[in-house]
Design a protein around this ligand. Sequence first.
Ligand code: NAD
Length: 357
Amino acid sequence: MSKSEIFAELVTYDHEQVVFCNDNATGLKAIIAIHNTVLGPGLGGTRVWNYASETDALNDVLRLSRGMTYKAAISGLNLGGAKAVIIGDANQIKTEALMRKFGRFVENLNGKYITAEDVNTTTRDMEYVHMETSHVVGLPESMGGGGDPSPVTAYGVYMGMKASAKHAWGSDSLAGKKVAVQGVGKVGGHLLDFLHKEGAQLVISDINEATLKQYASTHGATVVSGDEIYSQPVDIFAPCALGAILNEKNIAALKAGVIAGAANNQLADENVHGPMLLEKGITYAPDFLINAGGLINVYQEHIGYNRETAYRQAEHIFDVTLEILKTSVDQKIHSQKAATLLAEKRIKAIASVQSTY
Ligand code: NAD
């Protein structure tokens, strides 16, 4: 990518700042992208990935940082959007020195960027980063952090699911509703707890046989394999494993009237599959809204951790989901778009608030 092409990319989505970090001694090659800091410092995790090219790495960090802006804005947080990528094979390049050097680059941004765990980074890595900067969240509880965010994420998904049920059927009760959950890992597992407690009937799929067996026994869940999860005769489908699973084929197979799950980027192509769901009358709870519990949890860490407040804030996902689903119907736009527009509206409104000292 040439210099002029890079700026063309930044102009397209209005990125504020992109920092290229290089350190020969540790082999660190990182890109920090700060998309928008109107609402607050840009917060987003650091991903370590062996990208096929530097252009792929740049595109990924630009796309992910933009996503963080919308997630923070729609969740009512005073946070902007940012993200970082470290280029290379996590198993080979990650060392204490490399992570600490990365922490130094984060420190140099003086709090404009706050980092956290992401794909191929761990709590231990964040401890190294924390040795060089205080602008890091997702630390263990023993260090004053918020610990595992997945219970709060699951609670937010549960709230979004209840709001979607209310929108679709007039009641937020999930008692007796059949729910298919794809992926019963950290978030999916906690979601099963909430659903089971409320009396929902559960259908589950995963690639981990042991987990499936466990939930079949403790939660009375019916186990199905692979793609069978899409065509189950259920009321609600909750994708909690993989992104991009809402494509032509899977949408055609769906019998569920509501989709509400934790996975990121569920729509294979937002502009194609968002409208397709709207046309089919399937209520789709925007993923970046209802899975924001994890971000809400680390935001609490940023301002002084309190788990109760994190849950209270995640509960708000119920009202916002209802509002967006109503807007989607009233304005005949798909729900992901309605959510994006609401996020943009908040950023614009707060930008004008901040225009005077
Ligand atoms: P996880 O790794 O704990 O769980 C994912 C589960 O999906 C695992 O049990 C895995 O075996 C299963 N899985 C993988 N491939 C599958 C397939 N083809 N079919 C069925 N199951 C499959 O991850 P998690 O933390 O529970 O996150 C789940 C999703 O939610 C991810 O997409 C993640 O990006 C997103 N998310 C998580 C959080 C969080 O707080 N953990 C926050 C926001 C978004």
